[in-house]
Design a protein around this ligand. Structure first.
Ligand code: SF4
Length: 345
């Protein structure tokens, strides 16, 4: 059997068109992102560059733009065909031959070893609509069947991950495997305004239940909590109760961090969808990526109490993007609203 890595076709070659969504071949290169490159304490794989779910707060948009700009004239033409935030959602790059690239890397030092952590979907969703057509994530999981002793985490908003339950169960025989499903609200209409093309909260809750029933370790990422939008006490209480009812064992939560990459899309959405909050957001995040520490602390304590009430373990989140600015807290005008949890008043 030949172990040679396939010669990749020219990058940005159009693969297929689905209405206004176009898929292109991603440029080649390493399939595993090492901790030394990302400054995160884990290895990662992102099968797709760009994400059709289009969450307003997404911070992965810059990576897509840089990838296009580095891909020569074709990439620049794609990049210039529409605003960068829109290209991220509508021009998704697919990492072809991912399984062969994983197998090749596993034979080298460019791959995680026993004891390491590997996150699949650290930047973009590995079960976004592209996965139904290209199955890159599935091929990566198949190629990982030979690994031992890894801590593997998959981060997604999509119940499509349940398609791969048998693979996850197989991987869990020799590794620790967990699926972290992102869910910031159970209000379907609110979710549609913020995460316009992501699966509905109900679909995600059904997916979480299926994973739990199959014995796959599943946790929920309630992040980012959006000040003034998804942080009312009754919203958080209902969310935690609904998650607990699925059989998930743990939940992680943190307030919105607004990096430059997400600010350019998120703040216009706030102005359009939640105009009454626009000025406070502008002031709060003008010079800081963080909400105020008292807000973050109160939020974390409130979530810990809600989780304890419902028998969920509150998870301190490790698998977050560390490429952010130092903690600066120069301005923060997001004040507790009158309907906030008592801890915030
Ligand atoms: S699902 Fe994740 S990667 Fe996709 S747009 Fe939303 S936040 Fe970004």
């Amino acid at each position: 059997m030949s172990l040679a890595l396939p010669v990749l076709p020219p990058p940005l070659r159009p693969l297929t068109v689905q209405a206004d969504l176009q898929y292109h071949a991603a440029p080649g290169g390493g399939i595993f992102n090492p901790p030394s490159a990302t400054h995160m304490g884990f290895w990662s794989i992102n099968p797709y560059v760009g994400c059709a779910f289009g969450c307003a707060y997404c911070y992965a948009r810059d990576t897509h733009r840089y990838t296009l700009e580095r891909a020569g004239p074709v990439g620049r033409a794609v990049a210039e065909s529409m605003p960068p935030w829109q290209a991220f959602e509508r021009r998704v790059l697919v990492k072809e031959h991912a399984a062969a690239r994983v197998r090749e890397a596993l034979r080298s030092s460019r791959a995680p070893k026993a004891g390491d952590s590997l996150v699949i979907g650290s930047a973009t969703d590995p079960y976004q609509p592209a996965e139904r057509r290209f199955a890159v994530t599935r091929s990566v999981l198949e190629a990982l069947e030979v690994v031992r002793g890894l801590s593997i985490v998959i981060i997604t908003k999509s119940p499509l991950v349940t398609r791969d339950i048998p693979l996850l169960q197989h991987l869990a025989r020799h590794n620790t495997v967990a699926v972290h499903v992102s869910l910031i609200t159970v209000d379907r209409e609110l979710a549609r305004r913020i995460e316009p093309r992501a699966p509905t909260p109900e679909a995600r809750l059904r997916g979480i239940r299926r994973l739990a029933e199959a014995g796959v370790e599943v946790s929920v990422n309630c992040m980012p909590i959006l000040p003034g939008i998804t942080d009312a006490p009754e919203q958080l209480a209902e969310l935690v109760a609904r998650v607990a009812d699925t059989g998930a064992r743990s939940l992680g939560a943190c307030a919105l961090r607004l990096r430059a990459a997400s600010r350019r899309r998120y703040l216009p959405v706030v102005r359009e969808q939640f105009p009454e909050l626009a000025a406070r957001y502008e002031a709060t995040y003008r010079d800081s990526v963080y909400a105020r520490e008292t807000y973050r602390t109160g939020l974390r304590e409130a979530m810990e109490r809600l989780c304890a009430r419902h028998g969920l373990r509150f998870r301190v989140y490790r698998y977050d993007d560390a490429r952010e600015e130092p903690d600066k807290e120069i301005h923060n005008d997001i004040q507790p609203s009158t309907n906030q949890l008592p801890l915030f008043t």
